[in-house]
Design a protein around this ligand. Structure first.
Ligand SMILES: Nc1ncnc2c1ncn2[C@@H]1O[C@H](COP(=O)(O)OP(=O)(O)OP(=O)(O)O)[C@@H](O)[C@H]1O
Length: 199
């Protein structure tokens, strides 16, 4: 187990409580949807999991010392760099040789349906491809906790489908993955759901 949250709740100063009595566990390889109406506290919960926000109630415990990565709504890449170089970078940073980094990156690009775009520049990718690349790069960095904020919010339905196709692969390097989303198709692609609307 990676994270255990027991009866957590949060209330910003001067506001009504957002949610209370939220209890869940996260383990390596879990891919979990975090759902709930706008304003129900999804981003706040990601902030709690990232350690940026201390819940005003309850207890959150972390086990192990892995890193946490956050993938934002808008894909941020380097315009004139190739897909391959984006995914190689975390492997190079981890000390792999160029050949090893390239092999590992190619494997992940394949998993994420981007193999044929490995030499394409980031600036030439579609919205869905760019978002998939951000997810692939995050997986390449082997986080123990991967937080994903609304991965389909900026995308048309076709691009969103290509992103949804890869969500199941996000846990492949052992990360626990939490995806804040309004999108029922994203929710259905995850192993389980934490619904803030129920609190
Ligand atoms: N730092 C803060 N101080 C005070 N209030 C805040 C702060 N951050 C968020 N809130 C409020 O807490 C509520 C929950 O916000 P949050 O962003 O967690 O919801 P959300 O479920 O992610 O919403 P959305 O789906 O619209 O992104 C909102 O009413 C928001 O205005």
């Amino acid at each position: 187990m990676l994270i255990s949250a027991d009866q957590i709740g949060h209330q910003f100063a001067g506001q009504l409580p957002l949610f209370r009595n939220l209890t869940f566990r996260l383990s390596s390889g879990d891919v979990v949807a975090l759902t709930g109406p706008s304003g129900s506290g999804k981003s706040t919960t990601l902030g709690i999991l990232a350690g940026w926000i201390r819940p005003s109630e309850g207890r959150i415990e972390r086990f192990g010392a892995g890193r946490t990565l956050w993938v934002f709504q808008n894909p941020h890449g380097v315009p004139r760099r190739s897909s391959l170089s984006h995914v190689m970078l975390p492997f190079l940073a981890a000390g792999l040789s160029r050949d090893e980094a390239e092999d590992s990156a190619q494997r992940i690009l394949e998993k994420f349906g981007l193999a044929q775009l490995s030499n394409s520049l980031f600036q030439d990718l579609s919205g869905g491809e760019a978002q998939r690349l951000m997810l692939a790069r995050a997986v390449a960095a082997s986080p123990s906790l991967l937080l994903v904020d609304e991965p389909t919010a900026q995308l048309d339905s076709k691009s969103a489908s290509t992103v949804i196709d890869v969500l199941g692969d996000l846990g492949m390097n052992g990360a626990a993955v939490v995806i804040a989303t309004h999108d029922a198709r994203v929710r259905d692609a995850c192993d389980r759901t934490i619904d803030l609307g129920a609190f």
